[in-house]
Design a protein around this ligand. Structure first.
Ligand code: SF4
Length: 493
């Protein structure tokens, strides 16, 4: 997963854009903490680029910010779901002929095919990051239209030809000179799997971002989402130019709403907070229908709070903050290896004894991926002598890998993967976690709340974009080189 921001100042605003880009990136820091970068377009029409490994506040020192003058730019925070984790793989990327700065969120499933195409065209990416290949393909298509002086028409043709080559979930932001004017361009995969929004800044500039919270921190008004398969062109003082390039049925990643996005973001037409609340209400109905009873509802912080509060309200039970999170320890799911994640867990959460002791507790969490966090949490709660521990998850079981940009590419790592489904799976996981019961939201419940225009492949195994065996193997080898020796990890069902 990654996050991006693009900004172009209103006409007459002479201030450098980089402080606003830094703010926008900090607002989506949760989307990636491995590296950060910004490219700006300076007043001599040169692209300035600075990127490094680390969080935004670590990378963008005063000195780095001073090195990035200009009234327009694009920025990126990186969590690698493909390629390496070095400075060389950090985004944005840039080309000089034509001058383009580009950043991207998502995962291409046919990267090997694109690299073969680029090689035939005499180009080779110097990084392992798929964004560089997108940039090279786009720059090549643009050069095939004209060598200099590109028009909107040229860009539309170049984006269309590029998108015809790309497969996977992606959203892209780019800065280039089009029709003689600096232009912020953003496009999104045909199903709109990965998010992208745009908004107007005070005075008539424009902002583009993975999440609307990056617009909020810059006082930009949300104008809309980049349509699935659409291209949006933005220039100061002008209206957005929206072009349909390759539209297919919308399949917004529902894992964004469940886990990844901030609750104050607006995605796929609704506030993430409201959707999490609705998931909690639906889960409460399903939980009650099983005839279960409890004394108190506790959320695993932070993502689960709205769903847990909704569940408590619906069940007529008190909601309590039983887990106290150390804010400075990071997210376990986003950390790159198992040993680090387990050590981080001990640092991450402490419990309030009185909330659990002698109580029948419902622990609400967003999802179960590896199961490490929940197993450890239940162990910790047991040490406080509760009467019963019930685990309630406001999403269905994650039983299939994701190939579109969320870091769970191998079924090998998914604790819910296997032949059991439904109550048999829940019983197996209750034993594995040491809980009295485990209950997932049903797939019907997920669809009732979120609608049909979603990707839910990690729950259902129904992939909106076909990924063949070779591509699946490539993605796992890229992300999990340590498990490729296990043949089961490369056998997809
Ligand atoms: S498979 Fe799951 S995580 Fe991946 S894009 Fe689809 S819903 Fe999102």
């Amino acid at each position: 997963m990654c996050g991006f921001v693009g900004l172009i100042q209103a006409r007459g605003v002479e201030a450098d854009v980089v402080p606003s880009l830094v703010l926008g990136l900090q607002a989506v820091q949760h989307r990636g903490q491995d590296a950060a970068g910004i490219a700006t377009w300076d007043r001599s029409d040169r692209i300035r680029l600075y990127k490094d490994v680390g969080r935004v506040s670590e990378v963008f020192t005063d000195e780095a910010i001073r090195a990035l003058p200009g009234r327009a730019g694009v920025g990126h925070v990186r969590y690698p779901t493909g390629g390496g984790a070095t400075r060389n793989d950090a985004q944005p990327f840039m080309t000089r002929r034509p001058s383009i700065a580009l950043a991207h969120n998502g995962n291409l499933t046919n990267l090997a095919e694109i690299r073969r195409h680029l090689a035939i065209r005499g180009m080779r990416a110097v990084s392992l990051c798929d964004s560089e290949s997108i940039l090279l393909a786009l720059a090549d298509e643009l050069q095939q239209q004209q060598l200099v002086g590109h028009s909107t028409e040229d860009l539309v043709v170049a984006v269309r030809r590029t998108m015809q080559r790309l497969r996977g979930g992606y959203s892209v932001v780019a800065l280039a000179e089009i029709d003689g004017e600096l232009t912020l361009a953003t496009f999104r995969d045909p199903h709109g799997i990965r998010p992208a929004v745009y908004g107007r800044t005070p005075g008539g500039g424009w902002a583009v971002a993975s999440e609307s919270v990056s617009l909020d921190v810059n006082d930009a008004r949300l104008e809309g989402e980049v349509p699935p398969g659409g291209l949006v062109l933005l220039r100061p003082g002008g209206e957005p130019v929206v072009v349909e390039i390759l539209h297919e049925a919308q399949r917004h990643c529902i894992f964004e709403d469940i886990y990844f996005a901030r609750p104050d973001s607006v995605m796929a037409g609704s506030r993430v907070y409201a959707r999490r609340w609705a998931f909690g209400e639906r889960l409460a109905r399903e939980w009650q229908a099983r005839g279960l009873e409890a004394d108190v509802v506790v959320a695993v912080p932070d993502t689960s709070r709205p769903a847990a509060q909704a569940m408590a309200e619906r069940l007529g039970l008190p909601y309590r903050e039983g887990f106290i999170k150390n804010r400075y320890s990071g997210r376990t799911f986003i950390m790159p290896d198992q040993a680090t994640r387990e050590a981080a867990m001990r640092l991450k959460i402490n419990l309030i004894d009185e909330i659990f002791r002698d109580q029948r507790v419902v622990i609400v969490d967003d999802s179960i991926v590896r199961g490490t966090t929940m197993r450890r949490l239940v162990q910790m709660v047991r040490q406080h002598d509760p009467r019963e521990i019930h685990v309630a998850i406001f999403s269905p079981a994650v039983r299939h890998p994701c190939f579109y940009g969320i870091d769970m590419p191998s079924q090998y790592e998914l604790v819910a993967h296997g032949p059991e489904q439904g109550s048999a799976l829940e019983a197996r996981l209750a034993i594995a976690f040491g809980a009295d019961t485990v209950a997932f939201l049903s797939e019907e419940g997920l669809l009732e709340v979120a609608g049909a225009e979603i990707c839910a492949a990690c729950f259902t195994g129904i992939y909106p974009i076909e990924v063949n065996e070779e591509e699946r193997g490539d993605i796992v080898r890229d992300r999990r080189p340590h498990i490729v020796a296990d043949a089961a990890a490369l056998t997809f069902e």
